[in-house]
Design a protein around this ligand. Structure first.
Ligand code: DLL
Length: 436
């Protein structure tokens, strides 16, 4: 099968040319931001750097970072770099961790974003022959609008389902013969589970691929979804601050996500010191939007922890790849002094044969952190007697202790007792924050 691209010339450009293109765009972008965003101009002035000082890509390191703090400070219009009349759209984050981030788009910015999403759909084999079911939320969240626009650009038949109403999702997959499903991985797992309950076998649906992102998910979760839906499951990454989904996407090789480097320049930094780390090191991802007009963030700190590689990929795409992000640095739990990512617990649960329906609760009792993991029994992992359940709980606690080095309390609970997610799953409840 020939490799499917949306914009082959750009996606397979020699790396020197990509870097030359980035350099040229960066210089223009810094000037644009300096001239139109007084807040960032002040940050640059305080650092003693002028647009003329940015002559090469490496000079980017002279520029100040931007973080969520700055976006809150400048809410709602302070980062806007064009007159409001030139904007045609806003999108926004959910604002669960504070004030919402509002992202603005000119028509050029919407086109650029949708092109990135079209590349992602093409990379999983998408063509105008495909029926793309978009089950990410629509509205302020970027998931639905982004993949919707990408599918249009590609010329595929687009089903703008939004998230939720799982029975209808399954009915449309069946009746309209959807071939590509786009939603969060946790919702994909839920749709797979619901299909099974309806007696629909994985081979009985027409889906061939899924494009799943917006939350961290493990390789074990990928295999689980692939099995339950009978598809190949691909990762897609992005954030509202940089446009939305499509900053990077997986190709059929599935060895990391190719970053759309003609639009975004990526750096990995030490989250403590801000120092730029060499390729291959794990650190915080930082993005610079090279040609967005309305909301062009320079050196935006994502808080996502990740590794970059520019080793050639056999798909022919030359864009640098990022590994699956481990999660945001602020998703990391510190429990009894040990760093714990929820994804580590997910890996153990799925490897031990449980389904990806779990909840992690952290608390502090008598000055000691407690870790409780609630996991559902499944038809495959089931026990009737208390002693059997005790044994399974002890075994699972042992498996998690081996990986994390701290001992959790496991609660095996009835099938279907943990709430399913139709969007981004909320799996962690940290009650220590409530006490503080
Ligand atoms: O989640 C954009 C998106 C929509 C991406 C649909 C992919 C698919 P936000 O709501 O602003 O935007 O959240 C962005 O979600 O900083 C990561 O922490 C996390 N995230 C997004 N994609 C992935 C992924 C959208 N593939 C934040 N793996 C980011 C892990 C992801 N984390």
């Amino acid at each position: 099968m020939p490799i499917n691209y949306y914009q082959k010339d750009i996606e397979t450009m020699p790396r020197e040319q990509i870097r030359a293109l980035q350099e040229e765009k960066l210089k223009k972008q810094v000037k644009h931001v300096y001239e139109h965003v007084p807040y960032y101009r002040d940050l640059m002035d305080k650092k003693g750097v002028k647009p003329e000082d940015i002559k090469t890509l490496d000079d980017i390191q002279k520029l100040p970072f931007i973080s969520k703090y700055d976006l809150r400070e400048t809410y709602p219009y302070g980062m806007l770099a064009v007159p409001l009349k030139d904007c045609v759209r806003i999108q926004s984050t959910s604002g669960t961790t504070g004030k919402r981030v509002i992202a603005y788009y000119t028509q050029h910015d919407v086109d650029l974003w949708e092109e990135c999403c079209a590349r992602a759909i093409a990379a999983v084999g998408g063509t105008p022959e495909d029926v793309v079911q978009v089950a990410y939320g629509y509205g302020l969240f970027t998931g639905g609008p982004g993949l919707n626009g990408g599918s249009h650009k590609l010329g595929s038949l687009t089903l703008p389902m939004s998230s939720g109403n799982t029975d209808r999702q399954i009915q449309f997959i069946q009746d309209l013969k959807a071939t590509i499903l786009c939603c969060t991985p946790s919702y994909a797992a839920y749709i797979g589970e619901a299909m099974k309950e309806k007696g629909i076998k994985p081979e009985d649906n027409t889906l061939k691929a899924g494009i799943f992102g917006a939350e961290p998910w493990t390789e074990e979760m990928r295999r689980d979804i692939e099995k339950s839906l009978g598809i190949k499951a691909y990762d897609i990454y992005g954030l509202t601050e940089t446009s939305g989904p499509g900053v990077s996407f997986e190709c059929e090789e599935q060895h990391g996500m190719h970053i759309n480097e003609d639009h975004f320049y990526a750096e990995i930094i030490d989250p403590e010191t801000g120092e730029v780390l060499p390729e291959g090191s794990e650190g915080e991802l930082v993005f610079t939007s090279l040609d967005k007009e309305a909301f062009p963030l320079l050196r935006y700190r994502t808080r996502d922890l990740c590794v970059l590689t520019s080793e050639p990929c056999s798909c022919g795409r030359t864009f640098i790849r990022m590994k699956k992000p481990k999660g945001r640095s602020d998703d990391m739990l510190i429990i009894r002094g040990v760093n714990v990512f929820p994804s580590q617990i997910e890996t153990v649960l799925l490897n031990e044969g449980y389904a990806p329906n779990y909840r992690i609760e952290v608390d502090r009792v008598n000055n000691t952190d407690t870790l409780d993991v609630y996991v559902e029994l499944t038809p495959e992992r089931f026990a009737d007697t208390v002693s059997e359940i005790d044994k399974m709980e002890r075994e699972l606690a042992g498996a998690i202790t081996n990986i994390l080095g701290i001992h959790p309390v496991i609660h095996l609970v009835a099938p279907k007792s943990i709430q399913r997610s139709e969007g981004k799953a909320v799996r962690v409840i940290d009650r220590r924050k409530l006490h503080d």
